[in-house]
Design a protein around this ligand. Structure first.
Ligand code: RP5
Length: 166
């Protein structure tokens, strides 16, 4: 079985400074991904075309990043039964709250798994976790990541010298 890819779709190239953090996480797990600039509003035909063909194209999950009136994740989700992770971005005067609400408040029937505003790392980790459901090697890497993370926190704790009683 060939490994499933992650589609990383962003509404604009101006989203890339945040989106590249998701790419870095995917790369660290050795998960293949393709990054595209496709807009639900500016290129709706390309967006539906991409989502309709995504499963047959070897993708297992879509990460959709957008700011402002962020309909990208929901629009893609409406055109595929692949899981869609919504990544709302801070791209406007409303500091990302607009994108968060537009991404998370999906009507019943078309789910979008929405992460925090600018939560690119978690968007990628969630995508990896979804693929790891049917990939035990990937699941092991995720387990190691958790162990490494816990050790890192323990080291930071130790650096404070245990409890600080004043
Ligand atoms: C959204 O509008 C994009 O995802 C981006 O966050 C925002 C602004 O896009 P640009 O005007 O910078 O291209 O659709």
């Amino acid at each position: 079985m060939t490994a499933k890819k992650v589609a990383v779709i962003m509404g604009s190239d101006s989203d890339y400074p945040v989106v590249k953090k998701a790419e870095a996480v995917l790369a660290s797990f050795g998960v293949p991904f393709e990054t595209r600039v496709i807009s639900a509003h500016r290129t709706p035909a390309r967006a539906s075309e991409f989502a309709l063909a995504a499963r047959a194209g070897g993708f297992g999950v879509i990460v959709a990043a957008a700011g402002k009136a962020a309909h990208l994740a929901g629009f893609l989700a409406a055109h595929t039964t692949l899981p869609v992770v919504g990544l709302p971005l801070k791209a406007s005067a409303l500091e990302g709250l607009d994108a968060l609400l537009a991404t998370v408040q999906m009507p019943a029937g078309i789910p979008v798994a929405t992460v925090a505003i600018d939560g690119a790392e978690n968007a990628a980790l969630l995508a990896v976790q979804i693929l790891a459901v049917s990939d035990s090697a990937l699941a092991e890497k995720l387990q190691k990541h958790r162990v490494d993370m816990a050790e890192s926190v323990a080291q930071k704790d130790a650096a404070f010298g245990g409890s600080r009683v004043q």
